[in-house]
Design a protein around this ligand. Structure first.
Ligand code: FES
Length: 165
């Protein structure tokens, strides 16, 4: 799972079903009395889940959609850039569609901001046997999302290998 860290503000970025693990993470971070901001993004309002539930936890929640049907019109990564301008010392956590994850990774790498990602992968067995969920890492050792993941520090992943496309 996620490394909760301590003492630094947290920015969570997610979309679609990726919001589910972030809800559980947000609950744990709030218990730790961390300042938590959540940036939700989607193509339309139908991709945005559980805004009220996050707000009830005490999480500052920001919504953006590509078509402007809910929240701000635009990409969640544009919101992330602004929030990191305001709070460059934050830890970032992300879960959602791979294009979103890759864009978040690019921003955090450029700004040298710590990022943890919870990855989605096709899983045939879910117990580490089939190797269908493998991602490539910078050490050269493939890792199974179902066993060694699903959460990885962004710098562990070889983003250039094209495994997620
Ligand atoms: Fe089979 Fe991960 S789903 S090894």
């Amino acid at each position: 799972g996620f490394d909760l860290g301590a003492g630094r503000p947290k920015i969570l970025v997610g979309g679609g079903i990726g919001l589910v693990p972030l809800y559980m993470l947000a609950g744990e971070l709030v218990k730790q009395a961390e300042q938590v901001r959540l940036l939700m993004g989607g193509r339309t309002r139908d991709d945005i889940l559980a805004v009220t539930e996050f707000e009830r936890l005490g999480v500052e929640t920001y919504v953006s959609t590509d078509d402007g049907s809910l929240g701000e019109q635009g990409l969640v990564t544009e919101v992330l850039e602004r929030k990191l301008d305001d709070c460059p010392e934050a830890d970032v956590y992300a879960c959602g569609p791979m294009p979103m994850i890759e864009a978040v990774q690019g921003i955090c790498a450029r700004r040298v901001v710590p990022l943890q990602v919870s990855l989605e992968a096709l899983m045939a067995c879910g117990v580490g046997a089939c190797l269908g969920c493998v991602v490539m890492t910078t050490s050269g050792a493939p890792q199974r999302v179902c066993r060694e993941g699903p959460v990885f520090a962004a710098e562990e992943i070889d983003w250039e290998s094209g495994w997620g496309r």
